[in-house]
Design a protein around this ligand. Structure first.
Ligand code: CO
Length: 661
């Protein structure tokens, strides 16, 4: 059983640490920053990319008992402004010692939120940029918006061995105007993010590399202060929980129905789920040791101009957690909400708290199961609920809303709702757009994808798991299949890393099971969960191209590795300007055994985005994700014991209020 909870909803997770997997508190971040600064000596130029919890070994975590002392260690990545390379290491937060310091001369840190507006200011202060803006007839520099895109690794002369942003430009017509409606085409600035020196102003129009394209000036507003009219609002639809929600929170430990788990958060990944387990028949059964969305990349598909440089790893190059929103009650979150604040580090090595970064609530999930017996005229119906743990990140023009759902039937689902503003470029109105859609006159949205990679550290009924590929095949007609109806599942254990580099196959209705060979269900089969890869997508980046090389994880939908604490991110630890030498393709080339072992699943999935006029000026959310479903994990429908209930607040049209009070 899970450790006892105090049952109180009290509570903000305060500054106290009650478990080895609790994220660093603000005090711990500050202490780690102080220790690291002392270690590297005086100087204001020490910059902190990352201070985060160094998760203890699994054995330590599993052996932890409530109330026992907890050894706390922070992991750091720091650099000196203006010098290349990154130092990594660990801080023992109890004795203030630094250990395991390594210098990575080729690593370049991610771009921090504090650097966004400094990059813009550097570009706007440069006389060549000012001249290019003036040539376009734009009078007010204060209305020019310069977005700090990561620069990739394209071998551009002058950018070598630097940390560079390659910017794109838009024009804001008023204080709340949607500047993405007004792209300024053919003007880009390469800015050194360490020194804020402008390396190059590229005016592709004046250089004769492309024709002049007018800045589209029609408004594309979404701010309510600027929208002229609203439709009649619908009547209120309130989520009322008169007795409060059914989950309990103690620190970062969450318990709801038969589930319990720990909620974590990091500046790089955002939401993390730890130690997800389901208790049935008095037995707490582990499923996931740790789950997160560990990387993502957005390749754009046009070779026109310099748009090929748009190939951004929003997680590894900026930090999904660092860019998390503070959520708004009644807007982002509906119902009875428990919020958790997130703590990340800033560039100076101090703590930055993002209030209400994590939303926890429960939702009705429709029907759970039903049967009507036409002989006895009896009906049994049960409704389903899910627990939702969510967080929303804004990366420049775009919003990624991440939802983990735990259903009462044992299903775990991850969903990304993508919304925000599509990335825009200017075009000649009406001109053919082979690589995009003209979403408004003179505004084009280019074809692109959003490819995510989930890191799923599995422990189905314990640490030793295997992955089994399940292909459904039809038998040829013949003596064994005289009527031509026969089809069956062929199961193959994926025994090594190379064998476990897999892609979906619709012709075989392929799926994958994570089994525990040492645990049996009521019919003698290994207990298992199944990965439902419902959003697998086909990549179009050439794997040998400068962007494809850095995004190796997108070329397989499934990868399996033996657990290694330093294999955390599928495209590598340091993504900014990466070469592609680190990450899943390199790790799995070793072909380590992954059968009946402590394994990590990596699932690549995403959105294939052909922009629509309906995506403009702001995109209605589109979704992608995956499910982990019990498949032989339980001995029967785990919802058979749901009590028969009727929701008394529901009423039929024309009924008098039926509530019995
Ligand atoms: Co998109």
């Amino acid at each position: 059983m899970a450790p006892a909870l105090d049952g109180a909803l009290a509570a903000k997770s305060g500054p106290t640490v009650s478990h080895p997997l609790d994220p660093l508190t603000a005090e711990e971040v500050v202490r780690a920053g102080d220790v690291v600064r002392r270690h590297f000596g005086p100087g204001a130029d020490l910059m902190f990319e990352t201070i985060e919890l160094a998760e203890p070994d699994k054995a330590v975590v599993r052996a932890h008992v409530a109330g026992a002392p907890i050894a706390r260690t922070a992991r750091f990545a720091v650099y000196r402004r203006g010098a290349t390379g990154v130092w990594t290491g660990r801080v023992d937060l109890a004795d203030g010692t630094v250990a395991g310091v390594a210098f990575l001369p080729d690593a370049r840190p991610m771009i921090s939120p504090e650097e966004f507006l400094r990059i813009e200011a550097a570009a706007k202060a440069h006389p060549d940029f000012q001249a290019a803006i003036a040539r376009r007839g734009i009078a007010r520099m204060d209305r020019v918006c310069v977005d700090p895109w990561t620069a990739g690794n394209f071998g551009v002369p002058g950018e070598e061995n630097r940390r560079v942003a390659y910017t794109f430009v838009w024009l804001r017509l008023g204080e709340f105007d949607n500047h993405y409606a007004h792209p300024v085409e053919g003007l880009n600035v390469a800015v050194d993010v360490d020194t804020f020196a402008v390396l190059r102003v590229d005016d592709h129009v004046s250089a004769g590399r492309m024709p002049a394209v007018p800045v589209p000036m029609a408004p594309g507003e979404y701010d309510h202060a600027l929208l002229a009219r609203f439709r009649e609002p619908l009547k209120p639809l309130d989520v009322v929980q008169p007795e409060g929600p059914s989950f309990t929170v103690a620190g970062n430990h969450l318990r709801w129905d038969n589930w319990d788990l720990r909620v974590g958060f990091s500046g790089r990944e955002g939401l993390i789920l730890h130690q997800v387990a389901y208790t049935i028949d008095g037995r707490r059964r582990p499923i996931l040791y740790r789950a997160s969305m560990a990387e993502m990349v957005v390749p754009y598909g046009t070779p026109e101009g310099v748009h090929y440089r748009k190939n951004v790893f929003d997680s590894g190059e900026y930090g999904f957690g660092k860019l998390a929103n503070s959520l708004a009650l009644g807007c982002d979150c509906l119902g009875h909400i428990h919020y958790v604040d997130a703590v990340v580090n800033d560039l100076a090595g101090a703590a930055r708290t993002i209030p209400k970064a994590i939303c926890i609530h429960e939702e009705d999930a429709g029907l759970a199961w039903k049967h009507f017996d036409f002989r006895s005229n009896r009906t049994e119906t049960r409704r389903l609920r899910r627990l939702v743990v969510s967080s929303i990140t804004t990366v420049g023009n775009y919003e990624y809303c991440c939802y983990w759902y735990l259903y009462q039937d044992g299903t775990i689902e991850f969903e990304v709702k993508a919304t925000g503003i599509i990335n825009t470029a200017a075009c000649i109105p009406g001109a053919p757009q082979p690589f995009g859609t003209e979403v408004a006159p003179g505004v084009v949205g280019h074809i692109h994808q959003h490819v995510f990679c989930a890191r799923l550290d599995m422990e189905v009924d314990g640490p030793a798991n295997s992955v089994v590929e399940c292909d459904t095949v039809a038998l040829p007609m013949g003596p064994d299949n005289p009527m031509g109806n026969a089809f069956r599942v062929v199961e193959t254990v994926l025994a090594t890393e190379r064998a476990a580099r897999r892609r979906v196959d619709f012709a075989k209705m392929r799926s994958w099971k994570i089994v525990n060979p040492g645990a049996r269900n009521a019919v003698g089969k290994p207990t298992a969960y199944r990965l439902e890869a419902g959003s697998a997508i086909q990549p179009y980046l050439d794997p040998e191209g400068p962007s494809g090389r850095r995004a190796g994880f997108i070329y397989n939908h499934l990868w399996v590795t033996p657990f290694a604490g330093d294999e955390r991110y599928p495209a590598g630890e340091f993504m900014n300007h990466s070469t592609g030498d680190d990450g899943l393709p390199a790790w799995t080339a070793r072909d380590r055994p992954v059968e009946n072992a402590d394994i990590v699943l990596w699932h690549s999935f995403g959105l294939h985005h052909l922009p629509r006029t309906e995506d403009y000026p702001v995109q209605p959310r589109v979704t992608c994700g995956f499910k982990l479903m019990p498949a032989g994990f339980f001995d029967r429908n785990p919802l058979i014991d749901l009590p028969p209930e009727t929701n008394r607040a529901s009423r039929a049209a024309g009924d008098a209020p039926s509530c019995c009070g």
